[in-house]
Design a protein around this ligand. Sequence first.
Ligand code: HEC
Length: 161
Amino acid sequence: MASRSARTLRAAARRGLCLLALATLATTASAQNELRQARDNYLLHCSGCHQPDARGKPSAGIPDMRETVPLLLATPAGRAFLIQVPGTSASALSDAQIAGLMNWLMPALTGRDDVQAFSTEEVGRYRRQPLDDVSAHRAAILGGGATPAQDKTARASPGPM
Ligand code: HEC
C-alpha cells in the first residue's frame, strides 16, 4: 500500500511537472510574440524619426536615444518624460502597446535587464500629464547638459565650422 501511494504521488508529481513545462512554453511563446509586436510598433511608429537603431538625427533635433535614455531612466521625472514626450504620448498606440514597446526598447537600448517594467496604468498616468514646454522640461531633467552646450556653440559661431 505504502509503495503504491508513493508511485501515485510520483506520477502526480510528473504530471505536475509536465503541466508546468507546458505553461512555461506557452508563456515564452506569448512573450516572444509581445516582443515582436513591440519591435514592429517601434519600426512603424517611431523609427521614421528615431531610426531603426535609435541613433536619431541630433543635428535635426532628434536625440540619440542610446545616449539620452539611460540618463532619463535614472530619475522619476526622466522616466515619466519618456512617456510624456509627444512622440510617445501623442502616438496612435494604446497605453498597453506603449508599455509593451517601452518594455522591449528600454532593455534593448541600455543592455540592462533590471529596468523596472512600465505598466499600462503607469503609461496612462504619465500620458494624461502633458508637458507645456517639452525642451525646457527635457533640459531641466538632463541637467541642462545637451541643449545649453548647443546654444553656446550656436552663439559662438554663426554656423557649423
Ligand atoms: C516626428 C518625429 C518623431 C516621432 C515619430 C517620434 N519621436 Fe520620439 N522624439 C522626437 C523628438 C524631436 C524628441 C526630442 C524631444 C522633443 O522635442 O520632443 C523625441 C524624444 C523621444 C524620447 C526621449 C529621448 C530624449 O532624449 O528626449 C523618447 C523616449 C521617444 N522620443 C520615444 C518615441 C517613441 C516610443 C516613438 C514612437 C511611438 C517616438 N518617439 C516617435 C521625435 C519623434
